[in-house]
Write a protein that binds this ligand. Structure first.
Ligand code: ZN
Length: 286
């Protein structure tokens, strides 16, 4: 079939339009996380990071010392960053939303493990401690994203990523994240979020226990509960096993299989035992 010249012209126009849209998304939009370049930003380079920001709009005087946080994060995860950590600080919500597709202030994307932060005076000027914890939390995601293949990341349980990030950045008890004892009390009262209901990377489907959680701090509580599980695994079995679980599930095995081979119990059985009130460990301070 021969296309007439008008049809050919329209097809060419559509292809050019499509290419322009993809280029726009790659440089300035939702695909930027795969783009090696950040256009239109000033930058500061440290030994282990590159910070992209807008001069005159972002006050970096109280910004955490990224290099020392990176050392902490590498030590906790017993992993190395494969490349310098890129941190992109947007000073307006439109730009941040353009890159991430939503308004969450701290986001880490796959591929380069690039961290996107929405600038706010509240955190950058008056809540420097919380900013430091949030950045360390994102660096946990970043180091994992740099050490996992994209196909393995898809399907990885989100609860474990959030639990390990929240635990390692010591966010519990700060900025609205319930401390361990509060988590324990809520579990005793039946406010349990089943980690499986939190979904997997790329499929953040929210299951029943998420949809029926009755209080208004769903995200902060969920992250604290997931950190509570990480804390329990460390208390019961030791940190080396937790790190073995992390490494095994990043490289060789699916998370549930890695969990079973490290702890000799299915995750769902371990979790059922954990939330069983009779079997809860005695309260310990934290
Ligand atoms: Zn997170």
């Amino acid at each position: 079939m021969r296309l007439n010249s008008k049809t050919r012209f329209i097809i060419k126009l559509l292809i050019i339009g499509l290419v322009l849209i993809v280029l726009y998304l790659f440089f300035w939009g939702r695909l930027n996380f795969m783009c090696p370049w950040l256009i239109g930003f000033d930058k500061i380079e440290t030994e282990s990071s590159v910070i992209y920001y807008h001069k005159g709009e972002v006050d970096l005087r109280k910004f955490p010392k990224v290099d020392s946080l990176i050392v902490k994060v590498e030590n906790f995860h017993n992993l190395k960053f494969q490349r310098k950590v890129q941190i992109v600080i947007s000073s307006n919500i439109k730009e941040h939303r353009r890159f991430n597709g939503h308004d969450v202030k701290f986001v880490t994307q796959p591929f380069w493990g690039r961290v996107y932060i929405l600038y706010s005076r509240e955190y950058f000027e008056t809540k420097a401690g919380a900013l430091c914890s949030y950045l360390q939390h994102e660096l946990s995601h970043s180091i994992i994203n740099q050490n996992i293949t994209n196909s393995k990341l898809t399907g990885y349980p989100l609860w474990f990523l959030e639990g390990i990030a929240t635990y390692s950045s010591q966010m519990l008890g700060h900025d609205g994240y319930p401390p361990l004892d509060t988590v324990r009390q809520r579990i005793l009262r039946g406010y349990v979020i089943n980690p499986v209901d939190w979904g997997t990377f790329g499929m953040a489907a929210k299951g029943k226990t998420v949809n029926t959680y009755p209080l208004n701090d769903l995200y902060k509580y969920a992250y604290s509960e997931f950190a509570f599980i990480v804390d329990d695994l460390i208390e019961k079995y030791g940190k080396p096993k937790l790190i073995s679980l992390l490494h095994l599930s990043l490289n060789d095995q699916k998370f549930d299989i890695a969990f079973r081979s490290i702890y000799k119990i299915e995750f769902k059985d371990y979790f059922r035992t954990l939330i069983n009130v009779e079997k809860l460990p005695p309260t310990r301070g934290h």
